[in-house]
Design a protein around this ligand. Sequence first.
Ligand code: F6R
Length: 603
Amino acid sequence: MCGISGYIGKEKEIKFLLDVLKRLEYRGYDSCGVAVEGENFYLKKIKGKIKELEGKVKSVNFYRGIAHTRWATHGKPTSFNAHPHFDCKREIFLVHNGIIENYMEIKKNLRKHHFNSQTDTEVIAHFLEELLERYKFKEAIFKMTEFLKGSYALCLFFKKDNHLVIIKKDSPLCVGKLKEGFIVASDLPAIIPLTDCVFILEDEEIGFLKKDEFELFDFKGRRKKINFRRMTLEEFKAEKENFPHYMLKEIFEQPKVLRNLLSFYFEEGRINLKDLNFSQKYLASLKRIFIVGCGTAFHAGLVGKYFLEKYCQLPVEIDVSSEARYRNIPLKKDDLVIAISQSGETADTLASVKEAKKRGAKILGICNVLGSRLTKEADGLIYTLAGPEIGVASTKAYTAQIFSLCLFSLYLAQLKKSQKESILNLTKKELEKIPEYIEKILEKEKEVKRIAKRFSKYGCFLFLGRGINYPSALEGALKLKEISYIPAEGYPAGEMKHGPIALIDEYRAVVCIALKDSLYKKILSNICEIKARKGKVLGIINEEDEEIKSLVDEKISLPSLKNFDLSPLLVAVPLQLFAYFVAKNLGCEIDQPRNLAKSVTVE
Ligand code: F6R
């Protein structure tokens, strides 16, 4: 979602700050702005992208400044609503990520103030202005945090004071040490190219920065120690290389990611989940599991549910985090909640985790971003090791999440002795082959591109799958709709006659996941029903399946697996490629689809 960059130090050109901000563009935004102080003060805000802002800003030098990309929540994407926001006297300038939940309440007591925007953020500037009537600057900052409710990463300055102030509560913020000065950002990849010396703020911390000084306090005003750590660019390398889009690059990275997982978590054929952190006794005694996640992570969780139920013989419940957090889930002490999140910063998932912890449940986080909030909240972790995922549409993180859930299920089944050793071993052996199979599927890139071209004229898509590939259908539909904006629905194929079949005619297309598993014959009947109604069918089929070829309009064939339970790992790939090429054909902005943000840090 929103992005923050800030700087204090030796004089720099304004472009420096905007370049840092650009490295956060992938998170999605609709407006942006910058406020810098040098010999003169300069503020510019626009609706649109950083490139346009760059074209409009004057070439000024500065020694203290803040910049922001905004993803609209309170108020439309306009230049007025863009950050930085300021007080009536135009002395306090601030950028903010998160949501101030009690902004209306605070605003009621600021009647004398003139507001320029509809945002919750602007209230902070005016509130601080009021506090400065009564308190000295630093005191006013501490006072302010007593009142603000919600989540906030703030970077601000007050013209009459010489600090750059950073405040973190429930939204990420980090600092990089430069030769002369400090750089601030809401995400590490933005600052890593400038320095390998970084500090990640904890919740409820306030930093006061000067060119050569960094003081850190907690919200109660107690001084804290600052331990900068070394982090290299290699750890965060996220170039597009020769790919036209990050999404395509990330689709192609999947074999490498899964090989990473194999080599990290497999030791001589045994699964060793190094950060799991739960005792074998606890895991073996588990009675049930609850899974939470949003969007793609939720779909990975659905695949995990099938796995855990079958291999570990455990009842598994799953819900999207936005529902789970408000449901009165009858969790018992020591139940296990698996929270899945690429970013580890998704507000709803974190809220469900907090809720579950209150009830005594233990949390297993399946997460991609080291040091993210989920990794701090969870009792145990499986890192998905996919590297930075920049494309807004999640691809490699999805297969890495499924893979991690498979590993966990196999490990748990072994502990619980809930499946035959021979079946577990066969599954492990086949898991090792998945990267190679995905490579074979990726060789079909051109074929998928051709098919996508043919199908991109359809105005509506159904994705059908059954069993463990029902989640694959949901994920296929999500990928297509989020980047091509074509309405697409995922359905369990068995539900077709209960409603969706009404949609079928010659203008609709149906993607059928029809692998030769135990439900194959049933999905074959669905395909006949669609064809009888003139619908166009793209089949995701097995290589050696001759029977189905004459029934479908187009097909993408996959290597055959001995264990179909692993097939979601393969099915995901052609569906990602298909969505990618349809969107490309339609000229859509693939890496940053409209209205979407990479990590949804607000509710
Ligand atoms: C879809 C997509 C989103 C995310 C969802 C959860 O391609 O990217 O649906 O999967 O917002 O995000 P994380 O995994 O960061 O919690």
